[in-house]
Design a protein. Structure first.
Length: 264
């Protein structure tokens, strides 16, 4: 499928979505807000894809919403913001990323601020270039966090640190983001794409069915009670025990070799 504002690539069981507006640091437009859900659905339906990577073309990950994409707004005029069209789709991206059964990685290659930060937080894992800069800058634009930004930020860095970042709108460097747990790893910019591919490949080599169950289990554990989780866990394990991948996992261990999972 052809897209106007993003690029989609599939290789080595890794599906990559690249935000492709480098001249605007990949700022989100209404068109991009419509295309991202379509790309997610496309890669979710592709059985060859076992891991998803979201990144940005050029020197930025995503500079948030492109305010130039809303020419109808007049400075100084108070109005309710519409929740229709592409912007509504962008606001629902956190749910779509969580519903994707495949692990998702945000490859933060440069600035990720505002809704760009929300996009990174919507992914399961965040890997950052040492040139990345991240910021919950909404308060500096006179608005609260959007697109699930507050919901996910609190869960990733904790309430006190989320309050600090959201109340000040301070932009932080990659190493500070690593120290507070906002990103999982920081790599040198020169080798960043290769490091991301290697990380994604280590996940894509896993058993797809068990990986989907694992992702669901982790998020269920975050939001559910222990009793609910144990019930889910029992069903998930019983399902996995009846797959060929589980048999391959046992066989490869006994034969002292790396497993070759087929997603069956």
């Amino acid at each position: 499928m052809g897209y106007e504002t993003i690029l989609v690539d599939v290789s080595d069981h890794i599906g990559t979505i690249s935000l492709n507006r480098p001249e605007r640091l990949n700022a989100i437009t209404a068109v991009m807000g419509r295309e991202l859900p379509e790309a997610l659905a496309e890669l979710q339906a592709d059985d060859q894809v076992r891991c998803l990577v979201l990144t940005g073309a050029g020197r930025g990950f995503c500079a948030g919403e492109d305010l130039a994409d809303r020419p109808g707004e007049v400075p100084g005029r108070s109005k309710l913001r519409s929740l229709s069209g592409g912007l509504r789709s962008a606001g629902h991206l956190p749910l779509l990323f969580r519903d994707v059964t495949k692990p998702t990685i945000a490859a933060v290659n440069g600035p990720a601020v505002g809704q760009g930060l929300s996009l990174a937080l919507a992914c399961d894992i965040r890997l950052a270039s040492d040139r990345a800069r991240l910021g919950a800058v909404w308060i500096k634009r006179g608005i609260p966090p959007e697109s699930g930004g507050a919901f996910n930020l609190v869960r990733v860095v904790g309430l006190a640190k989320a309050c600090e970042l959201a109340f000040t709108g301070r932009i932080i460097e990659a190493q500070e983001a690593l120290r507070i747990g906002l990103v999982n790893q920081v790599y040198p910019h020169e080798s960043f794409l290769a490091e991301v591919r290697a990380f994604a490949r280590s996940i894509a080599e896993g058993p797809p069915l068990a990986m989907a169950l694992c992702k669901r289990s982790l998020y269920q554990a975050l939001d559910g009670t222990l009793e609910e989780h144990l019930q889910w866990e029992h069903m998930a394990v019983q399902y996995a025990f009846n797959t060929k991948d589980r048999e391959e996992g046992i066989r490869s261990f006994l034969e002292k070799r790396e497993p070759r999972f087929q997603g069956e």
